[in-house]
Design a protein around this ligand. Structure first.
Ligand code: GDP
Ligand code: K
Ligand code: MG
Length: 278
């Protein structure tokens, strides 16, 4: 009887707990993440001869080090390495929800997207082309209506399948020549020092450029860490000059641009009977 561990991620109020309850029923318990008072809900489910262990992660809009919930979510994903992440999206707020989805993808862990609340989105006249979304993100996208249990078995089937597949080619946003050059420079240095950090090298480089305090403190303690941080400081200065703003803002803007363009391609709005691509 194989075990499959699943982490449910998503923005607050996207329907995570509803889907968690729909999946696990009464087989749940509540604890805390190690060392912090953030509530950890775990549940179990027998599905297709598999024992599923499901964790309902804290709801987040992003994966920065500024918020404890976001830190807990990203650390759980890379340290506990659940076999698959299921990202629950509120289909009615696609752009904001995709901003988290691409950050989850940047952690380079197996992912399935639940396009939840499609009833609400369609009620507002918004249709989403989930085939195109699936192709662009290179992950399965399953439509769900969590409070009616619609699509939940399809979601679990997709999650179990992805959990058992070989890892996919990492998802990469192209941040443009300036940022990409610095990512290469810093990830090359990271690759040269001994470290057992479980985060992807590219992700670490990006977070250092974004001045992520948790990652900066961790890298500082590595042998050769001080030298890496000196290179990061110089790289940040040169990005600051190139973008005329803080590098973390420039990088966030580039990520928003990517998500905005993606929305243009996948959202179909129906206004007064006329079908338009928004
Ligand atoms: P969480 O913060 O992500 O855990 O969100 P919840 O599971 O608490 O859901 C927030 C609210 O949305 C609750 O009132 C749910 O009943 C409702 N909800 C969840 N999924 C759906 C859905 O697909 N359609 C509709 N209409 N409501 C939903
Ligand atoms: K809630
Ligand atoms: Mg919840």
């Amino acid at each position: 009887n194989t075990k499959v561990s699943i982490a449910l991620a998503g923005n607050p109020n996207s329907g995570k707990t509803t889907i968690f309850n729909s999946v696990t029923g009464a087989r749940q318990h509540v604890g805390n993440y190690p060392g912090v008072t953030v509530e950890k809900r775990e549940g179990f489910r027998q599905f297709q001869n598999k024992e599923l262990l499901v964790v309902d992660l804290p709801g987040t809009y992003s994966l920065t080090a500024h918020s404890l919930d976001e830190l807990v979510a990203r650390n759980f994903i890379v340290q506990d390495k659940p076999d698959v992440i299921v990202d629950i999206l509120d289909a009615g707020n696609l752009e904001r929800n995709l901003y988290l989805a691409v950050q989850l993808l940047e952690l380079e862990r197996p992912l399935v997207v639940a396009l939840n609340m499609v009833d609400v989105a369609e009620g507002m006249g918004t249709k989403i082309n989930e085939q195109v979304l699936s192709k662009k993100l290179d992950v399965p996208v399953i439509r769900t209506v969590g409070n009616r249990h619609t699509g939940v078995d399809d979601l679990l089937t997709a999650a179990v399948k992805v959990a058992e597949e070989k890892p996919r080619k990492p998802f990469v946003i192209n941040y443009g020549d300036e940022v990409e050059g610095k990512i290469v420079e810093i990830s090359t240095l990271l690759a040269e020092v001994q470290h057992n950090l479980r985060f992807p090298q590219r992700w670490l480089a990006l977070k250092l450029l974004e001045n992520d305090q948790d990652i900066c403190n961790t890298v500082k303690q590595l042998p050769g860490g001080e030298r890496i941080l000196a290179t990061v400081a110089a790289a940040r200065q040169s990005l600051q000059a190139a973008f005329d703003t803080d590098p973390e803002l420039a990088i966030a803007n580039l990520r928003y641009q990517f998500v905005g363009a993606l929305c243009q391609e996948v959202i179909i709005s129906r206004h007064e009977g006329v079908l338009t691509t928004s």
